[in-house]
Write a protein that binds this ligand. Structure first.
Ligand code: AMP
Ligand code: ZN
Length: 494
């Protein structure tokens, strides 16, 4: 089966076929860098990361571009408030976005920045004006003339037929009741950043940047455009209007939108006190791998309800996967093969692929791998796993992890980096004892534990019991429980 994706434009799940053979060109609306990214933003970015990883796993050659909105109404307002330039203000949050993405093991896209494309935006607007799709107002601003683009509303499925021609809206974000001719270019205001360009001084509206940067990077027509569901209107509707008016071609073939995340059943908001950045969660002692896992658990079009209980159970799921791999790689097995195990691994691969092919059904892919874990663990307990079974079982696990990205135990250094950041930012009070414990030297990564366990075994075999006891005691102190089983020595975390 081939990949099938829900396309917001058609309102249907469709077979995915890129325009140009094996090449996929994909664009995602990235962060507006006026603050630290929150878990809602990262729900969307992780969903797009899974799509990117799965396309590549299927052999596509993917060019994945993401923009950074480093100028918009909020940034202008905040930088003005801080007496900083737009560049000074956003630098810190761009850096934070890169760090947080790496913390969540997001594969890096090609990143492009709005402020590096201002002249290209002005030229694009100039062309739209020449074709009659844009007009200039007395103050030197430019607006898109919606009446010239009858297909306006085709993405959001809204009917704008009765709208007054020439009524305008200035703010970057608005709802459908405000749908009017939208600002492409805003004339300079005192104390606000502005640029001198071919269409005069000013600054771009928010929507024009994505049309300009996506088309520059990927051409006038490309395969996939992604973002959170809030962007369908007005942002993506406006992108389509701008781009198709200029090129006369279909802008994007598949529109991919992730559903908004809730926190403990409610919309996330600062006033409700349920607003969390990635850093907030790590400061409370939660591991990046647990956060990533939680964000992948619910298929991207379903409502994901973020809860702290869910985060705990995510941590235990990740631990089970890591322990299973350790078990397979550390125990001794009798020679030969158990055909049930090879068959189990093969079936799991098929189930995972068909789950993800089905509009990225992550929940089903995870169910398939845990089914394999359950059956293989039972076989391991009863000594039914043979040497030749290890490779196919591990291969299925690795294939799963190419998409989900949680097996590598690098939580500790990532958490340590956030602890150090909190100290330099004067946020010591928010550092939990749990974070201090994990980020501190007492916490050992899987590889370190494996090394210690091997040393402990070697000491025991050499009958140096006090040495092996000392290593065991050190491991216990670091929260590692070592058990002797008939498969050999095994360990788990407390
Ligand atoms: P912003 O930084 O506000 O421009 O948003 C960056 C991305 O995060 C966009 O694709 C938004 O649609 C998405 N986003 C914002 N809030 C949420 C949320 N609560 N759940 C899911 N995605 C979100
Ligand atoms: Zn955008």
């Amino acid at each position: 089966m081939a990949l099938r994706l829900y396309n917001t434009l058609s309102g249907k799940v469709e077979d995915f076929h890129p325009l140009d053979g094996n090449r996929v060109r994909m664009y995602a609306c990235g962060p507006t860098v006026y603050d630290y990214g929150h878990i809602g933003n990262f729900r969307t970015f992780v969903a797009i990361d899974l799509l990117y990883r799965f396309l590549r796993q299927n052999g596509y050659d993917v060019r994945y571009v993401m923009n950074i909105t480093d100028v918009d109404d909020k940034i202008i307002r905040n930088s003005k408030h801080d007496g900083a330039t737009v560049q000074q203000y956003t630098a810190k949050f761009i850096q934070a976005f890169l760090e947080d993405s790496a913390t969540l093991s997001i594969e890096p896209p090609v990143l492009v920045r709005a402020t590096e494309h201002i002249n290209a935006m002005a030229d694009f607007i100039g062309e739209l004006a020449k074709k009659g799709f844009a007009y200039r107002t007395d103050d030197g601003s430019y607006y898109f003339r919606i009446a010239k683009f009858p297909e306006y509303g085709k993405l959001s499925k809204k009917d704008f037929a009765g709208m007054t021609d020439g009524a305008r809206v200035d703010v970057d974000e608005y709802d459908k009741d405000n749908a009017r001719d939208f600002a492409l270019w805003k004339a300079p205001k005192p104390g606000e950043a502005s640029w001198d360009t071919a269409i005069g001084p000013g600054r771009p509206g928010w929507h024009i940047e994505c049309s300009v940067m996506s088309m520059e990077q990927l051409g006038p027509s490309f395969d996939l455009h992604a973002g959170g569901e809030d962007l369908i209107f007005p942002h993506h509707e406006n992108e389509i209007a701008q781009s198709e008016s200029l090129s006369g071609k279909q802008f994007v073939r598949y529109w991919f939108h992730a559903r908004f995340l809730l926190v403990e059943g409610q919309k996330m908001s600062k006033s409700l006190g349920n607003f969390f950045t990635i850093r907030d969660l790590v400061l409370r002692g939660h591991k990046p791998s647990s956060i990533r896992w939680l964000l992948t658990q619910v298929p991207y079009r379903n409502q994901l309800n973020f809860t702290f209980d869910g985060l705990k159970s995510a941590a235990s799921s990740v631990e089970k996967l890591r322990n299973f791999r350790f078990r397979l790689t550390s125990a001794q097995f009798p020679t030969g093969a158990n055909s049930h195990m090879t068959q189990l691994a093969d079936e799991t691969l098929v189930q995972m692929k068909s789950a993800l092919d089905d509009d990225l059904n992550t929940a089903e892919a995870q169910a398939a791998i845990f089914d394999m874990l359950r059956k293989a663990n039972t076989a391991l307990d009863s000594g039914e796993v043979r040497q030749d079974d290890v490779k196919p079982l591990l291969a299925a696990l690795e294939k799963f992890d190419e998409i989900f990205g949680v097996l590598k135990d690098d939580d500790q250094p990532k958490m340590k980096a956030i602890l150090d950041w909190a100290r330099t930012e004067g946020r010591e009070k928010e550092i939990s004892p749990e974070l201090t414990e994990i980020a501190g030297s007492a916490h050992l990564a899987d590889e370190d534990v494996n090394q210690h366990v091997a040393l402990m075994q070697a000491a025991r075999n050499a009958r140096k019991f006090s040495e092996s006891d000392a290593i065991r005691a050190a491991l216990t102190a670091a929260g590692i429980i070592v058990e002797n089983t008939k498969d050999g020595v095994r360990w788990r975390r407390k």
